[in-house]
Design a protein around this ligand. Structure first.
Ligand SMILES: O=P(O)(O)OC[C@H]1O[C@](O)(CO)[C@@H](O)[C@@H]1O
Length: 183
């Protein structure tokens, strides 16, 4: 019987080796230079972005999830971080244009530089994976649709959190003080 867990871990190790140099540093710098950080993504990609926003909040940063009822408007000096494997998810592209019109910076985490998100974001991090239609990168994964992308998104963003912790001399203890206490 195939050990699927081991197969997924091998896919992740391989994809991690293909990650562009300095991706974490560039994202960490953009986050620390922003007044507030907004995150957006659809479906499972969106869930990974929400997990990231939670850790940004634990770091004491002003983090918001686009679409939540309590999310304020974006302003100049803010950063919108979007995760989309295809880089073409329609609901996200409207936000990208709007954020630019409002003079916010956009960071895009996607697979293809030639996608709309990859070509229009101010800061682009390319993740080696396959988009949901598996039109490219299918040799990297046996998993369905965008699963490898979504896993890499979570791992890369967790690495960005570690980088910010290092830059700010924070640790799990300082962050745990901001953990939800009404759960
Ligand atoms: O990451 P993308 O290309 O924006 O696509 C998001 C969509 O893909 C999925 O994550 C499925 O792989 C859906 O949950 C979601 O609708």
């Amino acid at each position: 019987m195939t050990n699927y867990v081991a197969t997924i871990v091998r896919e992740l190790e391989h994809a991690a080796e293909l990650l562009p140099e300095g991706a974490c540093d560039r994202l960490a710098d953009a986050i620390l230079n922003a007044d507030a950080i907004f995150v957006a993504g659809a479906g499972r990609s969106g869930l990974m972005m929400k997990a990231f926003a939670m850790r940004l909040m634990h770091l004491g940063l002003r983090a918001h999830v686009v679409g939540e009822t309590v999310t304020p408007g974006i302003s100049p000096g803010d950063l919108l971080v979007m995760g989309s494997g295809s880089g073409e998810t329609r609901s996200l592209l409207g936000m990208l244009e709007k954020a630019h019109a409002l003079q916010a910076t956009v960071a895009g985490l996607t697979i293809r530089q030639q996608s709309t998100l990859g070509s229009r974001a101010d800061l682009v991090v390319l993740l080696p994976a396959s988009p949901k239609d598996q039109s490219s990168g299918a040799d990297l994964t046996i998993q369905p649709m965008g699963s490898l992308f979504e896993q890499m998104l979570l791992i890369l963003l967790d690495a960005v959190i570690l980088r910010i912790m290092e830059m700010q001399a924070q640790n799990s203890g300082t962050m745990y003080g901001k953990h939800a206490n009404l759960e």
